[in-house]
Design a protein around this ligand. Structure first.
Ligand code: PMP
Length: 422
């Protein structure tokens, strides 16, 4: 592989071309392993950023793509439709909370967040309340890299502060304090409540990642907090946008993280694991109320329509992935990953460099007291046959659901060994 060319010409996520970090050449991937060019297999603890639920080279997913390829790889969605999209939208409407009835197929997570924001803004315009055009987001939140999405990320930890002056100025409430298994007191919600009370006339929606704040801090918060946010949205007539791009499809122990709180948002974004990590596809769902509002407004239509909307290959493989998820009893798989990670990461609670160890569903997080040296840590993990991508103080694993007990022990063992030594 021409790694010199890669180094000199190709951007990788959040990378420098002056001082490029090492990139490891991958030749193929199968099951839970990604294989380096030199033949070494690494257990993938990242599920390629929350996406590859069933691991790699999955026969059922490959077959779905091959079958669809034989019919059509793509066809425009403007004025045309097809079975894979209809099938997928039926599945999404059936799986998500009942009030979510309408589906917009987008091409990546960030785009589905743009779509969600546009839906909220267009809805209020249609109601003659164009002044409701700001969002309330949470500190430590993360919603994507495009401009609309960036404006809702935590202004500090959200990685986008360089663009602050170019972004729509939204409002931010403190990150939820109560942890997953803690109650949420009135005081815990007081500041958010006050912001809503004082600003509801200009607020279109609250946007948040339900229960699990991902890239902005890997924090798990109380379902009661989420229920209280839902109540406040109802009381002050704000829409609630739940970004389940990372949490959707079982990762937190429920099919959708909103289920921990028994609530339904008005708008929901899905992505990442939607196609089992094979192709890029995302979806934004909304209620009848939101859709009817938008479509009875001045424009009469929803103003969005990307070229690759509803790509048949992506829809076909998403259908196969959802079928596989259900057939394989994801709930049991995720539950057993959770108990094994809880058990095997527990020794780190006593390590001197570790601030916190937390596990929810198939997500295991070790928060260090100091930021880790990514490069050195990654090298020692690779020596132990494991692929993780730590950032800042966070070293975390969210393996494919099909991981065996032995491979998971290998993964947690590598984390315990390397992090105990820091
Ligand atoms: N929302 C959340 C919660 C995410 O974790 C991400 C991706 N890290 C996004 C949105 C953006 O998705 P994408 O990278 O597919 O644009």
């Amino acid at each position: 592989m021409d790694l010199e060319f890669d180094k000199n010409h190709i951007w990788h996520p959040y990378s420098s071309l002056i001082n490029p970090p090492p990139v490891y050449p991958i030749a193929r991937a199968e099951g839970v392993r990604i294989y380096l060019e030199d033949g070494r297999g690494l257990i993938d603890g990242m599920s390629s950023w929350w996406s590859t639920l069933h691991g790699y080279k999955v026969p059922e997913l490959n077959a779905a793509m091959q079958a669809q390829m034989g019919k059509m790889s793509h066809v425009m969605f403007g004025g045309l439709t097809h079975e894979p999209a209809i099938e997928l939208c039926k599945k999404l409407v059936a799986l998500t909370p009942t009030p979510l009835q309408k589906v917009f197929l987008a091409d990546s997570g960030s785009v589905s967040v743009e779509v969600a924001i546009k839906m909220a803004l267009q809805y209020w315009q249609s109601q003659g309340k164009a002044g409701k055009n700001r969002l309330l987001a949470l500190r430590n939140g993360y919603h994507g890299d495009t401009f609309g999405a960036m404006a809702t990320c935590d202004p500090v930890t959200g990685m986008h502060h360089l663009f602050a002056s170019q972004l729509t100025q939204h409002l931010f409430a403190p990150a939820p304090r109560p942890k997953f298994d803690e109650p949420c007191s009135d005081e815990d919600i007081a500041e958010l409540q006050q912001i809503i009370e004082q600003n509801h006339q200009k607020l279109a929606a609250v946007i948040l990642e339900p229960i699990v704040q991902g890239a902005g801090g890997m924090r798990f918060y109380s379902p009661e907090y989420l229920r209280k946010v839902r109540e406040l949205c109802d009381r002050y007539d704000l829409l609630l946008i739940a970004d389940e791009i990372a949490t959707g499809f079982g990762r937190s122990g429920k099919m959708f993280a909103c289920e921990h709180a028994g609530i339904s948002p008005d708008i929901l974004t899905l992505g990442k694991a939607l196609t089992g990590g094979t192709m890029t596809l995302a979806a934004t769902l909304c209620t009848d109320r939101v859709a009817n509002g938008i479509c009875s407004g001045e424009a009469g239509v929803f103003m969005h329509g990307p070229t690759f909307m509803g790509n048949p290959m992506a829809c076909a493989v998403a259908n196969a992935s959802i079928e596989l998820l259900i057939a394989r009893d994801w709930h049991t798989q995720v539950g057993s990953i959770q108990s094994q990670m809880e058990r095997e990461l527990a020794p780190l609670k006593d390590a001197s460099g570790v601030a916190d160890v937390r596990v929810l569903g198939a997500i295991g997080v070790v928060e260090m007291k100091q930021p880790v040296d990514n490069r050195t840590l990654q090298e020692s993990l690779i020596e132990r046959g494991v692929w993780l991508r730590p950032f800042g103080k966070l070293v975390y694993a969210m393996p494919p659901y099909i991981i065996s007990n032995e491979d998971l022990s290998c993964l947690t063992g590598a984390m315990v060994e390397t992090l105990s030594a820091l």
